[in-house]
Each structure stands twice: as C-alpha cells, then as structure tokens.
Ligand binder design. Structure first.
Ligand SMILES: NC(=O)c1ccc[n+]([C@@H]2O[C@H](COP(=O)([O-])OP(=O)(O)OC[C@H]3O[C@@H](n4cnc5c(N)ncnc54)[C@H](O)[C@@H]3O)[C@@H](O)[C@H]2O)c1
Length: 277
C-alpha cells in the first residue's frame, strides 16, 4: 500500500457487508474513507465505526443509480481531500428466477444498481485519477459473472458486464498509471439477502439455502482485496470454490458448459447440499 501516500479511498455500499468490512480494514491502516451509501442509518453507523477504528470518515449519502450523485461525490472528495487513491465500486443487490419469469422492471432495477453504477463510478473518478497521474479502481463483481449459473440470469449478466468493463479498463488505463482489479467472490455472509429479488419460490429457497451454507466472512474477502490491490493483481478470487470453477472454465469452456448442464439436469447441487425445495 506504500504507493498510496495520501491514503484516500471511496467505497460505495459501505454501510453493510463487504463495503463496511473494507471501510474498517482501511480505517485500521489510518486511511480517509468516503463512506458512500444509500441508507442514512448505515452511513452514520459505519462512519462512526471508521472513526473509532483509526480512520477518518467522510459520510457521502449516495444512490449509485444516479450518475449525478457519483459526480457530486467525486467533486466533494476533490474539494475536501484534493484527490483520490482508490475507488471501490461495491454496492450491489442480488436477483434470481427463470429467464422468462423475471419482470422487465427487475432487470432495470438490477442493471442500474449492479452495472450502471459501476459505469457511473468509473466515469466520475477516472478524469481525477488521470490528472493526478495515479489511482486504483476496484470493481466488485461475483463468480456468477463467469459461472453463469442457471436461474439467475439477471444477476449473472450484470456481474459479467462488470468483469468485461474492468478488463477493458485494466488495459485502457495502464498507460495512465491507473490500476484496475475485479473481485469475483462466491457466497459469503452479509446482508445481501435483505434485498434479494426472486421471481419464483424455488429459486428464492435455493439462493437463501446456499447463502446460509456460506462460511466465508466479509472480513476475509476484504483482506483478500487489500492483498490484491497491494500486488496490483487484476483478478481477485477470494474463495477456493470460485478458483476451481475459474480454472475449469479457462481450461475448457466447452467442457465447463457440458459439466454444469449435467449438474443442473440431475439437480446435483440440491442433492449435494441436501436441500428440500
Ligand atoms: N455476499 C455474497 O455472497 C456476495 C457474493 C458475490 C458478490 N457479492 C457482491 O458484493 C457486493 C457487496 O454486497 P454485500 O454482500 O456486502 O451486500 P450487503 O447487502 O450487505 O451490502 C450492500 C450495500 O449496498 C447498499 N446499496 C444498495 N443499493 C444501493 C444504492 N442504490 N446506492 C448506494 N448503496 C446501495 C446497501 O444499502 C448495502 O449497505 C455486491 O456487489 C454483491 O453483488 C456478494
């Protein structure tokens, strides 16, 4: 982290789960943290915890679906801190359902929060980073962005979009000395299920049950992200299951699709976890 002398980070969705864990990890290292969050109580709570943990919080009420909110956040940060070192586009929600059963309004909802927000975040901060001659962007996707699991197309598509955008930016911004990382975790414990959209009862039970089985914490994911930034690594895969699936897909995308279609047809995930749906 020595390359970030001024220690200034902006995090969206910082009021809960991974965003909060990241904010506290940076706080323990004495960073200034822009706590961007839609929920005022969560913003207040995390900001207080950041200050107690040794950081300096700047509470930024922010709905990431509104580009003007992110532009204003960037302007505030420039005004108060004179620049930014790391931007973490983390805010997100989850959704599942059979393709034909997902409402079009819900496609819009999840696109806005999970994908367009990342576009807005990058657009708002890249000019500042280019001007100052350095910076690092972290976009939080999910392993579902490359697993493409059935019955969660709306979520998968947004996360695949985040991976693609991040890959593009990693190359495009290399000559401007701006690093980019994309995080692709599998399930870990947070409040993500509070805002779960499910088009059907079966998918809701399945996703909630898989989420319940998760034994990885947001603190551990945050630590992996900090290590990844330090090493200027692009792909950050915190958990072993995501790493194994990633390797299979890279080794043979065709084999991967056959294997996962077989697993789906035989309901092997439900059988493995002994889920009664
Ligand atoms: N928890 C998991 O299993 C998991 C797995 C893979 C990826 N992710 C990703 O991690 C990221 C963080 O999610 P989490 O698991 O910590 O969930 P979380 O629900 O605990 O935290 C998300 C935060 O984002 C905020 N938020 C939601 N909509 C917003 C908006 N429009 N503007 C600003 N803030 C908004 C919420 O209020 C909440 O505080 C998400 O992008 C999610 O897709 C989570």
């Amino acid at each position: 982290m020595n390359r970030f002398q001024k220690k200034r980070v902006f995090i969206t969705g910082a009021g809960s789960g991974l965003g909060r864990a990241l904010a506290l990890s940076f706080a323990r290292l004495g960073w200034k943290i822009g706590v961007a969050e839609i929920d005022p109580e969560r913003t207040r709570q995390t900001s207080e915890e950041v200050n107690q943990a040794g950081g300096e919080a700047l509470a930024i009420p922010c709905d990431v679906t509104r580009p003007e909110n992110l532009e204003k956040a960037a302007a505030t940060i420039l005004d108060q801190w004179g620049g930014i070192d790391i931007v973490i586009n983390n805010a997100g929600v989850s959704g599942c359902g059979l393709m034909e059963e997902i409402d079009l309004e819900r496609w819009e909802w999840i696109f806005n929060i999970n994908l367009r927000s990342v576009i807005y975040g990058c657009r708002s901060f890249i000019p500042m980073m280019k001007k100052q001659g350095h910076g690092h962007i972290v976009n939080v996707a999910s392993y579902l962005g490359f697993v493409s699991s059935p019955e969660s197309s709306c979520y998968n598509v947004t996360k695949a979009g985040v991976i693609s955008l991040s890959e593009t930016l990693r190359i495009e911004l290399a000559k401007s000395n701006i690093g980019v990382s994309v995080v692709m975790p599998s399930f870990f414990k947070t409040n993500l299920m509070d805002q779960l959209y499910a088009a059907g009862e079966r998918q809701e039970k399945l996703v909630r049950a898989l989420f319940e089985k998760a034994n990885f914490s947001s603190e551990k994911v945050a630590q992996c992200i900090l290590k990844g930034i330090t090493a200027n690594r692009f792909y950050i895969l915190p958990q072993w299951d995501a790493k194994i699936i990633w390797l299979i897909k890279r080794f043979s995308p065709e084999l991967f699709l056959r294997l996962f279609s077989f697993i789906y047809k035989k309901s092997l995930v439900e059988k493995f976890f002994r889920l009664k749906l």
